[in-house]
Design a binder for this molecule. Structure first.
Ligand code: NAD
Length: 373
């Protein structure tokens, strides 16, 4: 393959994205504004590939060929040969806009510029561009070289040809590309909120973390919501929740639970700090009402997906695939709805809304997808 991909930002995400395309045979040019990040990038890439090489999952010749396709360059103008450039720099709109301007000045007129932003709107990044039509979002998941899903995000002015190139090249790199709306949290980060939020609500009502997680594992989830917060880091989860809550004007569906704030304030961040909701322990046996706990969490997951659909964001299949691939869920919200039936979900939400404390009132109002037909 002769196509060339550019990557800006050689941090956690950028290094993974470099590997995604290099492994698939693309030439990759990558840079970072910090000299130390450029100087250490190759060693970090070698370290990421090392376990696969040691296990025999990757042979030496393939390993060397992957690295030979990657060139770390000094600056943005050196990305000129790239037909698609993905930025994975700091999550600040001003920095991203300055970078987009520099890319526009350096790249071929038909080159596509993609942002890997998690929390900024693609339209807001494109707003300062001279050619906003070539800007779009390619949202990878961490670790990018492992996670199959990429959310492809168009803003109202993105050109179809730009979307086609970004989609085709990313499909060629072995990813599943799902169209996501340019709305806060796109699909996955938004639709995942109730998984954590409803578990935290139950925690505040006095359930133990082990019971909640065991109930979800009994329902087929590889990891429970509180164990997943431990894995991600409570601080990262809090930042994502606060960001979405702000973007959604503080709607109670995106409530930031005190149990999460307290966890961060205590430094019980999960695996990285040695202690979390579950970590270093395990979930334990499922409680007798495990099915009720799982139904409650799935009812809110279904409802959030329903509200996103009602706002014109994504398709039923797209949302299901995105949550299965992005979060390893055993089924997507639309499949959950088919399994439980709309009547059971409406009744569960109605009971939750009736019992909701004042600060959570309206959290459980049902989305149109649940209306009796
Ligand atoms: N970490 C995740 O799980 C994750 C997942 C999906 C998307 N994202 C998004 O990806 C982007 C990068 O996140 P990350 O976690 O890799 O961050 P990071 O801090 O690990 O890496 C950012 C890199 O960008 C470099 N950088 C900063 N400003 C720059 C500039 N102006 N020009 C060039 N390089 C610059 C830094 O030196 C650093 O190496 C952010 O937009 C983030 O929201 C992160």
């Amino acid at each position: 393959m002769d196509a060339c991909v550019g990557v800006v930002g050689l941090g956690t995400m950028g290094l993974g994205i470099v590997l995604v395309y290099a492994q698939a045979g693309f030439r990759v040019l990558a840079t970072d504004s910090f000299p130390a990040a450029r100087a250490t990038a190759r060693d970090k890439l070698v370290a990421v590939l090392a376990p696969r090489l040691a296990k025999g999952a990757l042979d030496q010749a393939t390993h060397d060929a992957i690295l030979a396709r990657i060139t770390i360059v000094e600056d943005v103008p050196a990305l000129a040969p790239a037909g698609l450039v993905i930025e994975a720099i700091i999550e600040e709109i001003a920095a991203k806009r300055v970078l987009v301007a520099a890319l526009e000045a350096s790249l071929a007129p038909d080159a596509v510029i993609a942002t890997n932003t998690s929390s900024l709107s693609v339209a807001s990044i494109a707003a300062g561009a001279k050619q906003p039509e070539r800007l779009l979002g390619l949202h990878f998941f961490n670790p990018a070289q492992v996670m199959k899903l990429v959310e492809l995000v168009a803003h109202p002015g993105t050109a179809p040809e730009a979307l086609t190139r970004a989609r085709d090249w990313t499909l060629a790199a072995g990813k599943v590309v799902i169209d996501a709306p340019d709305r806060p949290g796109f699909i996955v980060n938004r639709c995942a909120r109730p998984f954590y939020g409803e578990a935290l609500a139950m925690l505040e009502e006095g359930r133990s973390p082990g019971e909640i997680d065991a109930a979800m594992q009994a329902a087929g989830y590889r990891i429970g919501p509180l164990g997943l917060i431990d894995l991600i880091g409570a601080d990262i989860n809090l930042a994502a929740t606060e960001g979405l809550s702000r973007a959604m004007s503080g709607h109670p569906r995106y409530h930031v639970f005190a149990a999460l704030r307290d966890q961060v304030a205590e430094g019980a961040l999960g695996r990285k700090s040695g202690r979390g909701f579950i970590h270093p322990g395990e979930a334990g046996p499922a409680p007798t009402d495990a099915a009720r706990i799982a139904l409650r969490i799935e009812a809110t997951l279904i409802n959030e997906a329903g509200w996103l659909l009602a706002q014109g964001g994504g398709t039923r299949d797209g949302i299901d695939s995105a949550l299965k691939l992005g979060l390893n869920f055993p089924r997507g919200p639309v499949e959950m709805l088919a399994a439980h039936g709309a009547h059971a979900i409406r009744a569960t939400l109605a009971a939750l809304e009736a019992a909701a404390p004042n600060h959570l009132k309206t959290r459980y109002l049902p989305a149109p997808i649940l209306e009796p037909s």
